[in-house]
Design a protein around this ligand. Structure first.
Ligand SMILES: Nc1ncnc2c1ncn2[C@@H]1O[C@H](COP(=O)(O)OP(=O)(O)O)[C@@H](O)[C@H]1O
Ligand SMILES: [Mg+2]
Length: 685
C-alpha cells in the first residue's frame, strides 16, 4: 500500500538513506491521526503530555526520519530522528512539539509505563504471558497426552490429556506463542488500533469486509514499525497477526473452541472457572481456558452480545440470541442473577450436522428404523420427535429430513437456526424477537407458520412446538401438508396430554392427523452416555366409541442387549401398499433394500450430509442402479463425491419386485431380527 512512496532517512543508517516506504498518515481511520482532529490538539497540551500519536514499543534500535511525499503539505509527517518514539504531527506543530518532547529515554519509559499502569492492560499482559509462554502451563502434573486434534488451521491445534487420577479428560488448545518482543509489538498494535479503529465499522460490516479492514490497518502499522525499527520478518509477524485477528475478528480466548467442529456446546459458568465444552468425541470435557477476572469476563460477554446485535448490561442481564454464524447464545451479566459471575453458553450451529449414518453408528436407531424413516418421509407421514432437553430430537428431525425428495418444497420455522438441509427448494424461516417478547416488531412461530403455509410447502419443519403455532401445524397436517416438529415430552401419552391441554388445546380428532412419534432418551449403556430412540409409535386413529387414541408401536428399544425390537406391523406398509399397489412382501422387500443402503453407507463411512444426500438422490432416481452398485461393492471414493454412481454403466436389474434378493441379514442377527419374521409382541399402547 505504501509502495512507491518516498521518504528520507537519517539516524544510524546515515542521512538520506532510502528505506521501505512508510505510510504513517493514511486516513482518518488509520493508525495515526496527529495531523487531524483531537490528537493534534492534545499534542499542544503541555510538555508532559504524551502525544497521542504513533508510539513504537521501546525495543527498536535506530529511528528514522520519514518524509511522506504524497500527503498534503499540511499533514506532512515527520518521524523524529533522535529517539525510539516516532510520531506524526502536522507541520505547524512539529517544531513546537519537538521542543516539548521529553527525552527519548523518558518517552521510552513513559510509553511502556502507560501500557503497564492501566490495570486491565496489566492483567491482560500477564495473562497473555502466562498462556503463551509454556504450552503446558495450565495443566496439572501427571496428565497424559491422549490425542492431538488438527483443526484445519495451521495456527491452532488441540491436545487432549487424561488425568489418570481423576480419570478426567482435559481439552488443551495450543495457539502460537509469542516471545517477549512479539508481546510488546502486540501490545503496541492493540494500543494503536484502539486509537484508530473505527469500532462502528467493525461492528457493522460483514466478516470479509472486517478482515480486509483489519488487515489494512495492520499492514499500515507494521509497515511503519518495520521501517522504523526494522528486523521484523514475516515469520516473526505471523503469530502476532494471528493474535490480532483472534482478538478483533475471531472469538478471542474461545476461538479454537469455535473452530473445532467437534465442539458442540461451550459453557462458561463464571469467573475463574474453567470453560467446559461438549465434544462430539469426548462428551463433556474441561478446557484449560479460564476468564480470570470479572472485568475480563464481563467484557467478553458484552462483546458476544454485540456480535449478536444485542446488548447486555446490569439493567438487562439476561440474553437469548443468535450469533452471526447461527450459533445460539445464552448469557447472563454480572453477579446479580448468576452469583459466580457472568456466564455464557454457546450452542454451535452445525455446518456438518449429524446424519442418518451417524444416528445408526451411535446406535440411536437401527438400519431398519432408518429405512422406516426413509419410507415414512417419502410416503408423507407427519412426525413429532419427542424427548427431553438435548435428547437429540432436533438432530433426528434434521437427519430424517434428508430423505425428503430432492425437489419438494420445504419450509422450516425455528427460533434458533438448527435445521440444515442440502435441498435447494427450501425456505429457512427464523423468528425475530427479544427474550422478553411482546414487541410490535417481533415475529413469532405462529405468524411465521401462517405465512409459510400461504407459500404452499409440501414439507413443513417446525423447530419446537409449544404454543398456539401447534394448532396451526395440526391444521396444516389435516389439510395435507407433511409436518415435522420436535416437542418436549417423554412418551406418547404425555404428548397427547400436552396437545389436548392449554395452552395448546387441540381437539382429539385433529391429533389423528399425526402419523408417527419418535421418543428420544438419553441413557447409560455400559457406563456410557448414549442417545436412543426408545420407541417409534404410530398414531393409528381414534376408537369410535371410547374415543381412545389407537397407537401402534413399530419399534421399541430394549435395554437388555441394547437393541431394537420390531413390533411386527406398521400402518405405513398399508399406506404404501395402497399408494403403490404393492403387496406387503414387496413393501418389506423395499424396506430391506433401503436398510441395505444405510448399512452400506455405514460400512463405507458415508456420513457427511452432502454425501448421504447424494446417495439418496441417486436412489430416488434409480434405486436398482444404486442397489446393484453397492452389492458389487464397487470401490467408491466418497471424497470425489459419488461420481461413480453417475458414470458407471449399469446393467439394469429386472425390476425391484421380481429381483432375486438374497435373504436379508443384518450385521447383528441377534439384535435385529429380519423384518417379516417379527416377534409376536406387535402393537403398543
Ligand atoms: N443420536 C445422537 N447421538 C449423539 N449425539 C447426539 C445425538 N443426537 C443429538 N446429539 C447431540 O446432542 C446435542 C443435543 O442435540 P439436539 O438434537 O439439539 O437435542 P434436542 O433438540 O433434543 O434438545 C447436540 O449437540 C447433538 O449434536
Ligand atoms: Mg432441539
Amino acid at each position: 500500500m505504501a509502495e512507491g512512496k518516498k521518504e528520507k532517512r537519517t539516524g544510524d543508517g546515515g542521512p538520506s538513506e532510502k528505506v521501505p516506504a512508510v505510510n504513517v498518515m493514511k486516513s482518518s481511520t488509520g493508525p495515526v491521526h496527529a495531523a487531524k482532529g483531537k490528537s493534534s490538539d492534545k499534542d499542544q497540551e503541555g510538555p508532559d503530555t504524551m502525544p497521542r500519536t504513533l508510539q513504537f514499543p521501546p525495543d527498536g534500535t535506530g529511528m528514522t526520519a520519514v518524509e511522506r511525499t504524497e500527503e498534503p503539505s499540511s499533514s506532512k509527517v515527520i518521524v523524529n530522528t533522535d529517539g525510539p518514539v516516532a510520531e506524526a504531527v502536522p507541520l505547524d506543530l512539529e517544531k513546537e512539539n519537538r521542543s516539548k518532547r521529553p527525552s527519548p529515554v523518558k518517552r521510552f519509559g513513559d510509553s511502556l509505563r502507560s501500557i503497564l499502569t492501566k490495570p486491565e492492560r496489566e492483567v491482560h499482559l500477564r495473562k497473555v504471558a502466562k498462556r503463551m509462554d509454556d504450552p503446558k502451563k495450565d495443566l496439572e502434573e501427571g496428565v497424559e497426552l491422549m490425542e492431538s486434534l488438527e483443526l484445519g488451521d495451521k495456527n491452532v491445534k488441540v491436545d487432549i490429556y487424561l488425568n489418570p487420577v481423576t480419570n478426567e479428560y482435559i481439552y488443551h488448545p495450543i495457539e502460537p506463542t509469542l516471545g517477549p518482543r512479539q508481546k510488546k509489538i502486540l501490545e503496541f498494535i492493540r494500543e494503536t488500533l484502539s486509537q484508530s479503529l473505527n469500532y462502528d465499522r467493525m461492528a457493522m460490516e460483514g466478516l470479509q469486509e472486517k478482515e480486509r479492514f483489519l488487515k489494512n490497518e495492520l499492514d499500515i502499522i507494521l509497515q511503519d514499525y518495520r521501517s522504523v525499527v526494522g528486523g521484523v520478518t514475516t515469520e516473526f509477524m505471523e503469530p502476532i497477526r494471528y493474535h490480532v485477528w483472534r482478538e478483533y475478528i475471531g472469538y478471542g480466548k474461545i476461538q479454537c473452541l469455535m473452530k473445532d467442529q467437534g465442539v458442540e456446546d461451550i459453557s462458561c459458568d463464571g469467573t475463574g472457572i474453567p470453560v467446559f465444552v461438549y465434544h462430539r468425541n469426548f462428551g463433556s470435557i474441561r478446557t484449560t481456558i479460564k476468564f480470570e477476572s470479572d472485568d475480563e469476563l464481563e467484557g467478553f460477554v458484552v462483546s458476544l452480545a454485540q456480535r449478536a446485535g444485542k446488548t447486555i448490561s446490569v439493567a438487562h442481564p439476561i440474553l437469548d440470541s443468535t450469533l452471526p454464524e447461527g450459533h445460539r447464545l445464552n448469557a447472563t451479566f454480572g453477579r446479580e442473577v448468576t452469583t459466580r459471575g457472568s456466564s455464557f453458553t454457546i450452542r454451535k450451529f452445525k455446518e456438518d450436522p449429524l446424519t442418518i449414518t451417524d444416528l445408526v453408528k451411535f446406535g440411536t436407531i437401527s438400519p431398519q428404523m432408518a429405512a422406516h424413516f426413509w419410507l415414512a418421509v417419502q410416503y408423507g407421514d407427519s412426525m413429532i420427535f419427542a424427548g427431553g432437553t438435548a435428547s437429540g430430537k432436533t438432530a433426528t428431525m434434521n437427519a430424517t429430513s434428508i430423505f425428503i425428495p430432492t425437489s419438494a418444497k420445504i419450509i422450516s420455522i425455528e427460533d434458533t437456526r438448527e435445521v440444515n438441509l442440502p435441498h435447494q427448494n427450501w425456505i429457512a424461516g427464523l423468528t425475530r424477537g427479544s427474550a422478553e417478547g411482546g414487541r410490535e416488531t417481533d415475529i413469532d412461530m405462529y405468524q411465521l407458520l401462517r405465512a409459510a403455509l400461504r407459500q404452499r410447502p409440501e414439507y413443513v419443519l417446525v423447530g419446537e412446538v409449544r404454543g398456539k403455532e401447534t394448532m396451526t401445524m395440526f391444521q396444516a397436517m389435516a389439510t395435507g401438508h407433511i409436518t415435522y416438529s420436535t416437542m418436549h415430552a417423554d412418551s406418547v401419552k404425555s404428548i397427547v396430554y400436552r396437545l389436548e391441554n392449554p395452552p395448546i388445546s387441540i381437539p382429539r380428532v385433529l391429533i389423528q392427523a399425526l402419523n408417527l412419534v419418535a421418543i428420544h432418551n438419553q441413557l447409560r449403556v455400559k457406563g456410557m452416555r448414549v442417545r436412543r430412540i426408545t420407541e417409534l409409535v404410530e398414531i393409528v386413529g381414534i376408537e369410535p366409541t371410547s374415543l381412545e387414541i389407537i397407537t401402534n408401536r413399530v419399534y421399541r428399544w430394549e435395554g437388555n442387549g441394547d437393541h431394537f425390537v420390531f413390533g411386527g406391523h406398521s400402518n405405513l406398509y398399508e399406506k404404501i401398499m395402497d399408494m403403490e399397489d404393492m403387496t406387503r412382501d414387496e413393501v418389506i422387500h423395499e424396506l430391506n433394500r433401503r436398510s441395505e443402503v444405510i448399512e452400506w453407507m455405514l460400512k463405507n463411512d458415508v456420513r457427511k450430509f452432502t454425501d448421504v444426500s447424494k446417495v439418496i438422490v441417486e436412489y430416488y432416481e434409480d434405486s436398482d442402479k444404486v442397489i446393484k452398485l453397492i452389492r458389487e461393492n464397487r470401490d467408491i471414493d466418497i471424497k470425489k463425491g459419488l461420481r461413480l454412481f453417475d458414470n458407471a454403466p449399469v446393467e439394469k436389474l429386472p425390476s425391484a419386485s421380481k429381483e432375486a434378493l438374497p435373504p436379508y441379514t443384518t450385521a447383528d442377527k441377534s439384535s435385529q431380527p429380519p423384518i417379516g419374521q417379527a416377534p409376536p409382541n406387535a402393537g403398543g399402547g
